[in-house]
Design a binder for this molecule. Sequence first.
Ligand code: 5FU
Length: 263
Amino acid sequence: ELPALKNGIIEMKSSSIPIRQRFQTIREEKKTNLCLCADLTSLDEIIELSKQVGPNICMLKIHCDILNDFSMEKIQQLKNISRTFNFLLLEDRKFADIGNTVQLQYTKGLFQIATWADLVTVHVLPGEGIVQALEQSVQSIDEPRGCLLIAQMSSKGALTNNEDYVKGVIKCTEKYSDYVIGFISQSRLTTDNKFIHCTPGIHLNNTGDQLGQQYVTPRQAIDGRGADILIVGRAITDSINRIKTCEEYQQEGYNVYEQLRNI
Ligand code: 5FU
């Protein structure tokens, strides 16, 4: 299929645009740096929610292994919605095993993650072979795939928050900079702006939960910690009006981003 021509410019299907570039165009076109983290156990419910908040988000993060009703048909439906509303789909799988095992986890089993997730999250704990193995698995897939390396976690006492560990993650990111598009982090880790910093642990009203999660506000995350993308879960999904709350986080996140950009 040939790419469409618009104003003399070749318009690539969103599915063929490199992921880094998609983040940039989505942020400018949709005015959002918000990733909704839909930790719901029903994929039907996520599908409905994603239709409602699709215009407000740049990415949707899910955990496919908590879904009661996962099916390839339904995940394809979600994928189509992500195309319609132009947001990325992140499976927060947090791969953390040897290369051979993660290849199987990425491509096989019930979820066949590589067939639908634009992005996945990866721990570098086992060594850089994990990234090599994942990248190798998606070479035959004809749309862009990428990953975010988990550099720093938001939870209390996280063992990732150690200077040498983080240095190792940064090194790996630089070495595999085609497939690795950035980090899950709690601070700005490199001055190279091609690496996208995604920060979870965001809430406007709470400072944490009962199980070790720690929150900062969108402003603290972007201004203080250098986040490019805000990953927001229960602040939105547990709110009385998810659509309105999603709009609030979108506006707050984008306003802070614009203020900083204009300094
Ligand atoms: F890597 C990380 C991390 O350091 N902290 C996180 O909270 C990932 N997360 C995920 O972000 C976590 O698995 C949840 O899916 C989400 C945060 O959800 P919350 O409801 O905003 O606390």
